[in-house]
Design a binder for this molecule. Sequence first.
Ligand code: HAM
Length: 426
Amino acid sequence: MIKAVRGTRDLLPPDTALWNFVEQAARDVFRTYNFHEIRTPVFEETQLFARSVGEETDIVSKEMFTWEDRGRGQSDKGQSLTLRPENTAGVVRAYIEHKLWDRGLNKLFYIGPQFRRERPQKGRYRQFYQIGAEVIGPPTAGSESPARDAEVIELLATFLDRIGISGWTLELNSVGCAKDRPRFNEALRKALEPVVTSMCADCQRRADTNPLRIFDCKVPDDQPIIEQLPRISDFLDEGCRTHFEQVKEILTAVSVPFTINDRLVRGLDYYTRTAFEFTHGALGAQNAILGGGRYDGLSESLGGPPAPGIGFAIGEDRLVMSLNRSAEEAIRKPDVYIAPLGAGMNQEAARLSRELRPHDIVIELGDESFRLKKSFEAATKAGAKFILIVGENEVKADAFALKNLASGDQVSVPRQELAQRIKSGR
Ligand code: HAM
């Protein structure tokens, strides 16, 4: 038997109703904040992720699904391609490729699959889904303003409240910028010098190539050392400090609670200034429901013009897991089961359903080979509210027996009154 590949899974009804519920709620919220949808390809040149997410990150160094594409000849040369592990890089590539700065501030959202070769466990998959957003544009469009950071975070609080997720925690930090990072790296290297040889192999390498990534280390023995390292909050320059203060002030003004976590650096290299995560207790070890932050130098590092930006991605798999709602509740059951009775009645039933469905009536259509008893069983199993009998007598009279399956009440309803009757009874 061929099964779904390790770390991937099928999403089946009724669970898919929950996925649609959160996606619809996200679209509704994005609309009220004036965000518009962007869809970028599922695979990109490997270089895009190496240069944006960063060579030294776990994502790029260990987790990407990468392959050499052979190409098909002279003008179609071979190249290294990668299934996207995240969507920010693709959005910024598209921003540069389509010169989206002409549009001023771009407020974009996306919903789609991402791919990372991580060790599968509860809440962690190799194909997972993100609902994300990016605000990006030239500095003249206000893209650098702390008001954008606060708005994006406030949007998230609104969205989580709206879909009924309570008990989240917002952790906030500022990871500084290109100007203060060298000073911090220097201090880190110095602090690491006497202790680094007792750390894991990854940390030893990171100490040399990208010391900030040491904060991603999960090895238990390394934690007491990491605990003693200098904090980035002590190295922020004046601009970063003021920016962070203003983000916090607006969040306080709009009553979005947060805690400061000055060890939060996020596992991607492009972050500058504001970085944040929302966690949820019900999730267990993989408790980050979403993460995001600012990436003011990313466009330049991909060859584009200055385009400060901020965004986030929600792990949709984890979001659905923390929903306090059953899939059965989210699914819309049929309003009516149409039961054709006897030869030739499939046609009549099909005609009726074609008339009724445009009235936003959910119909399960039976089959004329079913006896009445079997039709009733099928209607009950489908969870239909009514059963509608379509037999020769009904067709002749152009009025149909409509029975409420819960109460047992049955009435004969003329064809032109059916839609109204079914809708008022649901
Ligand atoms: P990230 O923190 O790597 O950020 O991923 C965001 C969220 O995706 C995580 O908080 C988690 O909920 C979910 N996630 C990540 N990996 C997995 C996995 N293997 N299985 C299930 N869920 C997972 C980013 O991706 C950035 N692009 C976010 C961003 C947008 N920053 C600025 N703009």
